[in-house]
Write a protein that binds this ligand. Structure first.
Ligand code: 13P
Length: 256
């Protein structure tokens, strides 16, 4: 049976002091051991504090980006090895905010994913269509292409360390959520694309998350869909009560 993974993406929020306070609170509410996978992707400067705060709880810590070179003259960048040393076991690549504001392309998403995998990190690859693509009826083509380009050169073995997060850009931070049916359908397209590359068995095992205004109210309905195996949560992951309610909804769903 597939395991659900609930991941938080804090984006550029939370100081180190706030991180410590968050973990003091969340660890009284969440025990990730035995239930669904729980990951929190925090700013680079919070990684060490988050890793310390999560010790012994089963909650995994991730970063929100990684550079594809091992080291060198890349001012402002962070390598996969640096992330691991700071306590990260996961990293998000290709978030739409990086694609929109920081020039991230399908090619650099692929390079980052491969570098992170080679360094032993688990990777959450984000993709999803813009509103314009949804309105023009080309969502399936867009997500299928993004999936293929992100996974170029990723081996079948490495795929086991990959999560794909389907995040329709029009649903991020807008309060607009894809309907459970829309989320399921597009996650299904991603799974079919992965099946065409790696075979049905590997595609079945792949965790595909939905992201975009997921919260404690809509999580249960989204997580119930067969192709949705978790969530990537922005705003609601900053609030311990909301985030732990989503984790609880995922644990309930796993029991069904
Ligand atoms: P929101 O949950 O704030 O819409 O953000 C989603 C997201 O971008 C997670 O990566």
């Amino acid at each position: 049976m597939k395991k659900t993974v609930i991941a938080g993406n804090w984006k550029m929020n939370m100081t180190r002091a706030e991180t410590k306070a968050f973990f003091r609170e969340i660890t009284t509410q969440i025990r990730a051991k035995g239930g669904c996978g729980v990951v929190l992707c925090v700013p680079f400067t919070d990684l060490a504090a988050a890793a310390r705060g999560a010790r012994g709880t089963g909650i995994k810590i991730g970063a929100q980006n990684v550079h594809y070179e091992k080291k060198g003259a890349y001012t402002g960048e962070i390598s996969a090895e640096m992330l691991r040393e700071a306590g990260a076991s996961y990293v998000i690549v290709g978030h739409s905010e990086r694609r929109q504001y920081f020039g991230e392309t399908d090619e650099t998403v692929n390079l980052r994913a491969r570098a992170a995998l080679a360094a032993g990190l688990k990777v959450i690859i984000c993709l999803g269509e813009m509103l314009d693509a949804r309105e023009k009826g080309v969502t399936d083509e867009v997500v299928s292409m993004q999936t293929k380009l992100a996974l170029r050169g990723v081996s079948e073995k490495e795929l086991r360390s990959v999560i794909i997060a389907y995040e329709p850009v029009w649903a991020i931070g807008t309060g607009l959520t894809a309907t459970p049916e829309q989320a399921d359908e597009t996650c299904g397209v991603i799974r079919a694309t992965v099946a065409s590359l790696y075979g049905k068995k590997a595609a079945k095992k792949l965790v595909i998350q939905y992201g975009g205004s997921m919260n404690e109210k809509n999580a249960a309905d989204l997580l119930r869909m067969p192709n949705v195996n978790g969530g990537l949560i922005g705003g609601a992951s900053l609030k311990p009560a909301a985030f732990s309610a989503i984790v609880a909804a995922a644990n309930e769903n796993e029991k069904r």
